[in-house]
Design a protein around this ligand. Sequence first.
Ligand code: NHR
Length: 195
Amino acid sequence: MQALLEAGIPLAAVISNRPAARGLDIARSHGVATAVVDHREHPDRESFDRALAARIDTFQPDLVVLAGFMRILTPTFTRAFAGRLVNIHPSLLPAFAGLDTHRRALEAGVRIHGCTVHFVTEELDHGPVIAQAAVPVHEHDTEDELAARVLAQEHRILPAAVNWFLAGRLRVNGMRVSLVDENMTETALRVPETS
Ligand code: NHR
């Protein structure tokens, strides 16, 4: 979220389900509107998702970005925002969907790891891929070291993907996303560096 602000992307609002989320303070310090929809005040996911969707609608955003948002969304929500809802996920999807991606990548012994910006659909972490960045996994990496290397790339590809969306340059064809007027391979793929 901070990377979006620093990239100059106009945020209509920052909304969290956690009242103590640090992103809320960062947003306030940038003069961005904030709201909290606390999931603990709702009896079930449907009710939370309806309240969240209603609050988002008051801000009339062009795009909804999940950035560290940790609640699985029901089809009621994903259908309401279909085609204008994206997530940044800390793995090279479809590898390591779900949680604890860096620990699982280390356990699996992969040499390359990374992050993915994708459209959110009802199938968790399986929507059409917009951009990916790869990083090397070093021999003696800890989970934290690997996470930091991936995070630096998350901060590059999320603002890039959001800018493409806002410029109306993304086309979705089934699971494949293309970028109008540009070769996607040269722009939406970040290849691993060796350090
Ligand atoms: N919802 C849908 N329908 N589809 C996606 O692709 C979604 C989504 C909601 C969140 C982000 C995702 C990630 O990038 C995301 C993608 C949380 C969980 C999870 O298991 C899984 C994936 C993601 C985020 N959440 C637990 C739950 O029961 C709670 C875990 C916790 O609070 O620590 O909701 O990683």
